[in-house]
Design a protein around this ligand. Sequence first.
Ligand code: PLP
Length: 370
Amino acid sequence: MHAATKVISAGHAVTRDGEPFAAGPVFASAFRSAGEPAASPYVYGRYHSPTWSAWEAALEVLEGGPAVAFSSGMAAVTAVLATAVPPGATIVMPSDGYYAARRLAEGWFTERGLRVRTAPTGGGAQAEHLEGAALLWIESPTNPGLEVCDIRALVREARAHGAAVVVDNTTPTVLGQSPLALGADYSLASDTKSLTGHSDVVLGHVATRDAARAEALRTWRTTTGAIPGPMEVWLAHRSLATLELRLARSCANALAIARFLRTRSDVRGVRYPGLPDDPSHAIAAAQMHFFGPIVGFELPDRETADRFIAACTIVLPATSFGGMHSTAERRARWAGDAISEGFIRFSAGCEHEADLIADIADALDAAAAA
Ligand code: PLP
């Protein structure tokens, strides 16, 4: 079955007449349960929920392994850092991946004994740092630089060193890239982004085929209470049916915008893994089904970048990415990434391509004219 078909009904078991195609959210902190807790399918809302069960069943269909839903992408990151390796272990992270994950590992976790090595994503440089490591953390394509690494090759290297592998798959989503099929032990994502795609929920999940690793993640979630709310999970599940449509449109828009930006003399450093001559393209094409909604580019300086964002009318000024609305952000307004002051992280939404390109062209003209 194709992904476009799977997303329509994944996690919804409709078997009897009179059943809705998609059940509504169940808001419950307590469920009727007499006697031994294990005798009831649902007992208490921090442990489990029918709404999570349906969502996790859908994610399992797409990921190819059991999934555990969390209250945010960072709750998912925390759960993997806390449960995947023993105390005092060494892990290898990307030096250019999502900065908050790196900060959490190098800060709070390092203060409690974790050893973190970092190396750039491009060129698979992380492979040089695996000696004695228990976990390799991959993010491909990276946020925000859109660097890509060969996941299969890095998994082979990690195996040779006895290290497990987690892929932060936020930028492509599971429809854009399948970490478990590429050999990773964990597929992790912030579902706040493209997976849910409407800029109205904060969520995350981790999928793993290893039953013990999955159980450790569930126990971590139950014990720490990093649980998603039923309404958020239900909204996510409701949005899933359009994931393939949204990705098809937003990724086509991203490619068209990247091509347009290449024609502008006032724009430098255009990056999009879907551009045939992008440094990431060959590897990305070998392991990705969609190249994602993010386009990176550089304007001459901070002032020009701020003027560009202010002059856009359809494209909204906002952080995050992967929503139906196109958004742009001068990324250096957050200190955390090694990028220039004029770097723009652009997220292509689902508007009409011609309207977006006209908006971007006008805003670039206005920014340059000031
Ligand atoms: N991983 C990546 C690659 C991200 O871009 C983000 C958020 O931007 C996260 C993890 C964290 O996700 P959340 O904001 O849902 O906690």
